[in-house]
Ligand binder design. Sequence first.
Ligand code: GTP
Length: 514
Amino acid sequence: MNTGIIIGIVVAVVVLLAIVVAGLIVARRRRISLTDDTTPTVEGTTTREVDRSGGYRAGSGFSFSQGDTATVDRPTDSRGTGPITPTPERTEVDGQPGVGDDAAVPRDSAQRGITDVSLPDAAPLETPTSDAALGDTAAPAPDTAAPAPDTAAPAPTVEPPATDTVPTTDEVSDATEVIKPPVTTPVPTEQAPTVDESTDAPTTSREEIAPTAGRLGRLRGRLSRSQGAIGKGVLGLLGAGDLDEDSWEEIEDTLVLADLGTSATTAVVERLRTELATSNIRTADQARALLKRVLVDQLHPELDRSIRALPHAGSPAVVLVVGVNGTGKTTTTGKLARVLVADGRRVLLGAADTFRAAAADQLQTWGERVGAAVVRGKEKADPASVAFDAVARGVEDGVDVVMIDTAGRLHTKTGLMDELGKVKRVVEKKAPVDEVLLVLDATVGQNGLAQARVFAEVVDITGVVLTKLDGTAKGGIVFHVQNELGVPVKLVGLGEGADDLAPFEPEAFVDALL
Ligand SMILES: Nc1nc2c(ncn2[C@@H]2O[C@H](COP(=O)(O)OP(=O)(O)OP(=O)(O)O)[C@@H](O)[C@H]2O)c(=O)[nH]1
């Protein structure tokens, strides 16, 4: 072999090696990691503990991002012509009292200060059916509940109308208490991937968290009646060949009955009619694929559904969880904290629901269970001040995210919305609010939307959590909520279990529905 050929071969091998190495480097850089800050850092003499999850990594499924401002990408309409304007399907609330209003006073009457109104009944705490009715099982019983019905109405707690009294110093006030999670022995990284049953696990080690990917698939079956309606009903009609006006009306009725709401239903039916006229649908599979595509599009898969829970330089992300009582705010806060901790984040919970001591106990139980510190105030303390203290503490302790569980009602129902606006304003004096999650109970259907509108007026909602989807046959409510509010559904509650929270994925959801 002559020297020229040998040199040629050597050069070719070197070039090939260089290409492979460069490819590997680029591939590595492109890999997205949710846990970019997981290496334990040493600050002074304190080692920052980042893994409180027993080594679990969420890995996929949930997506977290850094918030810039608490604004939201509005979905564009199905024709792509512009942002969806929340639809004016204001059926039952026009001129009616809204959430937090005194039912006796029309909404458009002059605002009055907080007065003594009769207390609403305490939300009935459901009997826990699983390990995850966490707080409920742990909540101290009767003495912490709302005042007994037969006692005279409690002395009117007359608070000045929501003037934003902010703690004057940056320090955490004495009125709040910080409950730290039990200390865990960090698991050395080389041991982390597998849980060694034979070693003495620390007594406070966190329980294992179920994989987050594919959780939405569990809805299949649970939404069985919707499947019957949309899946069998609509698909049956679509697959039956030529559709007359009666068939289209039947399709419309089916979608409305599945809680899609009139505007989403109209959009879906229009799209189906156009597509059927131009495409050659012959088989049941083709009809299914078409329906799936139309429904997924209607759910605006392009929307950013990441939870803005990643810290800023020097300050934690702040997540406010709002909604009426009993929708699942505390449970959702706990479930989400669990995922964040599992993802290596340091989480601090603020118990700004001071209406019910049991609510703070419930949150504290979650905190202990997932490994998050909890800031709580005295019963009936000013929620805004507790929220402020929680954020101040979070900044001081350098946590990644502060999640604030707010009240769904107050001692004086009239002031709920004022109070919530105040909580947000006061917190913002300390750190920007990145995410405002509105928790809605899917089982209450249209009433949930009426509630949502009122909340949307007071605090800029950036995402919706639809809970109790496991308890409804009407999965269509997701379409309705998004269309109505113009805010993406980001998470769904699938049960009372600690891991029954899933990121909302349009495709998987429609799959479960059909
Ligand atoms: N089936 C089901 N139950 C849920 C879900 N989310 C919450 N719950 C249950 O709903 C009940 C109320 O939940 P909470 O978290 O206490 O509700 P809340 O909004 O904080 O209520 P208040 O503290 O009274 O304002 C509890 O029994 C929860 O276990 C869900 O996705 N599915």
